[in-house]
Ligand binder design. Sequence first.
Ligand SMILES: Cc1cc2nc3c(=O)[nH]c(=O)nc-3n(C[C@H](O)[C@H](O)[C@H](O)COP(=O)(O)O)c2cc1C
Length: 311
Amino acid sequence: MTTIDLSTQIAGIHLDSYLMNASGPKCTTWDELLVIGKSASAAIVTKSCTLEFREGNPEPRYSDLPLGSIQSMGLPNLGYKAYLEMVPELKALGKPVVVSISGFSIEENSEMVTAFQNSDVDLIEVNFSCPNIPGKAQVAYDFEQTESALAALTKLGNKPIGIKLAPYFDMSHFIAIANIIKKFPVKFITCVNSIGNTLIIDPETEQPIIKPKGGFGGLCGDYIKPIGLANVRAFRELLDDSVQIIGVGGIKNGTDAFEYLLAGADAVQIATCFEKEGAVCFARIENELKAFMAKKGYNKLSDAKGKLKPL
Ligand SMILES: Cc1cc2nc3c(=O)[nH]c(=O)nc-3n(C[C@H](O)[C@H](O)[C@H](O)COP(=O)(O)O)c2cc1C
């Protein structure tokens, strides 16, 4: 069989393959990050961290759904200093380390970005799109705040910085966000976070299936793949190649990953499927993607990247 080369790069950081974990599932503790380090994930992405340790929201706060998941975790994490201390050991596992940060203000994010700028992490992903903190709006839906935050955070050092975006649903919003991103040296965007504030009701118990926020939580998995694909595609067409795109949303097999490639993603992340299946999902999806590309006669990502054909 021909060898299929799935190597790629984000902001000049080489990745051996196209697939990595997404911030969120099973990436909070050292033991969990070690499992990712030993898997076929091309990078180790940490849970979004905050200034201090957080318990997160009351349970139940995650539920599997037939076609994905709903969750309102509320950013349970060890606090950024714990991840900062882990960086040397994480790097020693031999693959790029991506830290996700999710402060509650520009000042908090500035403190964390500065700390990680002075560390050995490879990429910094700032989460502008957590929908699950009671009383806190998503930065990504507030265009003025997005602009002020980027103005502050992109001047704190030379390490590549990217942002995790919320899903957008209107062409005017894609254009507005793209125009803001163009003003700053944003190296990558990760599209999309879960669709915030959705409600799943159990008709038997007559209750929501998760507890926080009256049952309102982020929808993930198959349900959101068309939205993730559209966001990747829209931003790929609006931004130039200096801004790379990591696709996320509903990837659970090789053809899902291939669809994100056609839409223009430079790499992809996996959350719900990793939560449900464990770290074996990375090698499985990688092999499925390779087999699908081989069938198509493609042997490297650039053969198909962004090449969605017009109908
Ligand atoms: C349990 C869980 C926790 C999550 N926590 C975070 C987080 O801390 N930071 C973040 O940027 N996204 C978080 N997400 C969102 C995922 O990174 C991803 O954007 C979303 O789940 C869509 O991908 P999927 O369809 O593969 O699940 C979380 C998702 C899940 C399921």
